[in-house]
Each structure stands twice: as C-alpha cells, then as structure tokens.
Design a protein around this ligand. Sequence first.
Ligand code: 6PG
Length: 237
Amino acid sequence: MKEVLSFETKDELENSLLDFFIIQQKNAIEKKGLFCIALSGGNTPLSFYEKLANKKNIQWDKTHIFFVDDRMVKDDSNVSNTHQIKKVLLDKIVIPEENIHFIDKSLDENDAALEYELEIKSFFKEEVPSFDFILLGIGEDGHTASLFPHSDTLKEKNKLVVSSSTKQESFFRISFSLKLINHTKVVVFMVVGNNKARIIKKIIQDKDIRCPATHVKAKEKVVFFLDSKAAIFLLSM
Ligand code: 6PG
C-alpha cells in the first residue's frame, strides 16, 4: 500500500513524521520488544534527525539503528552518511553502543557489503531480515539509497547489501538492495523542494520504472512524506 502525505512546510512534515516514527516504535516494541530501523543519508533528513535527537521518551535502548547506505570514505568525511547522522543524531542520544550497526569502512567495497550483510543476517537470526522502519530519500534522477538508474544493482535478486558507484563520484557506495528494502514493514520516503517535484510526479503518478524509487515496496506500507513544493505536480493533492 502506498500513501502520499503533503505538508505546507518541511517543519510540519517533520513534526508529523516524528509522531509517525513514535507510533511505529511503540507498535514494534509492543510486538517484539525491539524496533529495528535503517536511516538514509543526504541533506533532506538531517533536520528531522535533529528533531528526533531532541525528542523525549524515545526508547533508544530498545532501538537498533542500521544505515541504508554509505559512501566508502573516511568516517570523518563530510560526504559520509555515518558522519552526518552521528553529528546530528547519534552523538546526541543515549543509546547502547551495540545498538548502532556501522558499515566497516576499513574493508574494500565488496568485503564491506558482504560483512554488513552478514551482520544484518546474524542480527535477525533465523528470521528473514525485515526492518520495522526505513527512511529513504530520492535523488533528482529517481535514485534511492545508493541504487541508481540503469545500475546492475537493481537486478540483484539475492544479495541484501550491494556495492555501487557512479561516474560522477570517485568513491564506492554500499547500499541495501531492493530485496532487503522491500522486506521492510514500513518504508518512508522523505522528499522536499521544487527540485524534486518532477521526479516525484514520475514516481508516484507515472510509476516510471526507470526510476529505482518506483520499485520500492513494503510489507505493510510505503508512505511519502512530501512538502507542498515536492508535491506540486501531483494531481488532487
Ligand atoms: C545518500 C542517500 C541518497 C539520498 C538522495 C537524496 O546516501 O545520499 O542514500 O539516496 O537520500 O540522494 O539526497 P538529498 O536528501 O540530499 O536530496
């Protein structure tokens, strides 16, 4: 099931997403005592992560945080998702160290992807790895996570974690595969700004399969949290 929510401002979007996150956390903890999430990088979610860091009564001791993707750069690099998310969220909350599952950047991209997949599988033990909540962004080209248009990673049917690269970047990326993302219970896309309006229409309205984000599904629901600028081309919003 896909749901599209549009908010006048990014601040309103983030406040609503905060409430949504807390409900998902409450449901998951009530059901199995744990809340397993994966967060994306990029600029869009950073202010949301700041709100999350300042929110009281979040049960971080029962929450496990993974990274949807990252660039194979030093952890203090500004283009590292880990670095950005640590700065605005992880360094500001009280959470057991073992609840944060970092990608091992000391390995090459193939070994790092393999190691992360093994970490995810061992975390979920005998169960099929299924996150409770994943937050994704969307690039202007329709990419999500580090799954880019025309990339072979989109055809991956077995691996849970893949390595990818783009012609414009000098570094490799590690990313959840579509297979892993699509096993998630609830997937949230957080997209704001005029510059994303065209691609949002292509994905939500036109269902353009050339856009990797169009292929994202979820076991329960995919919810688009949009601001009015990103939603402007959607009919009857
Ligand atoms: C990344 C993200 C990527 C991001 C989009 C949108 O590592 O950069 O996983 O998929 O969500 O590129 O980025 P912005 O939020 O900066 O527009």
